[in-house]
Structure formats: C-alpha cells, structure tokens
Design a protein. Structure first.
Ligand SMILES: [Zn+2]
Ligand SMILES: [Zn+2]
Length: 300
C-alpha cells in the first residue's frame, strides 16, 4: 500500500447550444439535462471526499465554466452556506452555482440576440470545450500537492451532431488527452457521433447514445459514474464499432479514399498541385499506368 492520495477529477461538458434539435423541440430538455448533470456531479463528489469536479457549458459562440465559479477560488472550498433541508453544504453549493451560472449565460444570450449582435445558429464548440477542459486539468495537475495522484476524465453530454468542420481540432484534443492520460467519455442525446467515438476509442473512454432521454440520469450513473479501472468488472453496453474515416482538409467531409500529402500528411479528396497546408508543390500525376494484361497460360 502506498500512502499516495488519489484524486479523481471529473470535468463535465454540457452542450447548452439552443440550436440542438432536442432543445428546439422541447425547451425543458435543457432543464432536465441540467438536473441530471447536477445529480450526477453530486454523486461523483459523494463517492470520495477527495473527488473533484468541474462543469463547462459549451455554446455556439463560447465555452464557459459553470463550476467552479470563475472568481479565482478553486471551487472545493465551500463558502459558508446555510444548510438547506439537511443537504450537505457542498451539494447545495454545486447546485446553486451551476443553476446561477447557466441562468446568467442564457440571460446574456437573450440580451445579445435582442441587441442584434448574435445569432442562435451554429455548431457547438465541443472541440474547444474539450481543449479548455484539458488546460484546466493540466493546470490542476501542475498545482497538485506532492504525494497526490490525479486521475482525470472528461464527460461530454451533447445533443448536437459532430461536424467535420472541427475535424482537426477534434484530432488535436483527442491525441492531447491520450498523451495526458485523460479519459474521454461521450454521452450522446440525439445522433450517432462518429468523430467523438474515435476520441473515446483513442483515450479508452466510453461512448453511449442514450436511447431514451427520460432515463438520462440513470444512464449517467450506470455507465459514466464508475472510474475507468472499475468499468472492466461491470456489465456495460457493448462497445460500438468505430468509424475511422478521416475528413478531407479542403471540404471537411468524411471520405473513404483520398490523396495524402507525403510531407505533412494532410488529406484531400481531390488532387491539388500545391498542398494547402505546407505549400509543397507536386508534379501533376500522369494518367494511371495501365496494368499489363494478365498473361494467360495456355493449357494445351
Ligand atoms: Zn475535400
Ligand atoms: Zn502538405
């Protein structure tokens, strides 16, 4: 037994983009998602007193920390709060902070739209949010006391589709996460997410598309609450078959076969004489050499 203290850091990224189909059809989905995330986050804190938490809201134009609040405090020191209904103070604090910050974010959005300098549409900046989470994890890792081991993971809860327009950003954050030993879990509320599946596969995390939104909290607690080392001992949904297609750098579309720059490994769906990434000039390919006719062996 080592006397190393193990700290589990969970960073939840909640997609709050109002242009998600499930939110457009029923606004209460956002509230319900938030409720589930609050209960899930508090369950994580309940498991061990050393467990730590961060929650990020991922929007179409920005990403923001909902918890810990961005006032410089590290979030684990609970300000003196009155106990409500006998609830543990930290839980009350998490719940209050999350609700308040999300509310402020929504109100700010509405004001911006009224002022006419923002629009509702746009992809959720999931790759950016993961990058922010990785930076946060890295900072805490640097600041941690000696003799502490930090196991970090990121959980993305989203109802948006993953667009190939963020392909490069996704790949960069996936490999950074892998290098930093950060596990990436993804909980999809709507569509199958091919790119994020790759991220889960690369970092050893779990991907799940929730079949029923009503059961969101149950799925979160069942699949994503256990720490990655324990998961092997549990009966969890079978892993999905990952679609490892890459997106071309010219149109950001997933392709099966493409041209690869031999210098920088950029992928293109059509031949171009100059690589747009590293500006290497290529000779234009001549007509493909005709294959010699197969010699027929005469059986005489
Ligand atoms: Zn292309
Ligand atoms: Zn190149």
């Amino acid at each position: 037994m080592s006397d190393e203290i193990e700290v589990s850091l969970l960073v939840v990224i909640l997609d709050t983009n109002p242009s998600q189909r499930i939110i457009r059809e029923d606004v209460h989905v956002l509230t319900q998602g938030m409720e589930s995330v609050i209960a899930f986050a508090n369950s994580h804190l309940m498991l061990k007193s050393t467990n730590r938490l961060a929650v990020l809201a991922c929007h179409a134009r920005s990403t923001q920390f909902l918890f810990p609040p961005v006032d410089g405090s590290s979030g684990q020191q609970v300000p003196t709060l009155r106990q409500l209904d006998g609830q543990y103070e930290l839980f009350t604090y998490v719940e209050k902070t999350l609700r308040q910050n999300l509310q402020q974010m929504v109100v700010r959005d509405v004001e911006k739209i009224k002022a006419g300098n923002a629009e509702l549409s746009g992809d959720s900046l999931i790759a950016g949010a993961i990058a922010m989470a990785l930076c946060y994890i890295h900072r805490l890792d640097q600041e941690k006391a000696t003799g502490t081991k930090m196991n970090s993971r990121i959980l993305v809860v989203t109802g948006s589709g993953d667009s190939a327009s963020q392909y490069m950003n996704f790949m960069n954050v996936f490999f950074t996460a892998q290098k930093q030993n950060v596990v990436l879990d993804v909980c999809s509320l709507d569509k199958e997410l091919g790119l994020l599946q790759q991220g889960c596969d690369i970092t050893g995390g779990l991907y799940l598309r929730v079949p029923q939104l009503q059961g969101l909290l149950q799925y979160l607690l069942w699949v994503f609450l256990p720490e990655p080392p324990i998961r092997g001992k549990l009966v969890l949904p079978p892993p999905v078959k990952v679609d490892y297609r890459a997106a071309c750098f010219c149109h950001r579309e997933l392709i099966d076969i493409g041209f690869v720059c031999s210098v920088c490994l950029s992928i293109f769906c059509k031949f171009s004489p100059i690589c747009t990434t590293c500006h290497t000039v290529f000779k234009s390919p001549g007509p493909l050499p005709l294959k010699g006719k197969k010699k027929k062996i005469k059986l005489t």
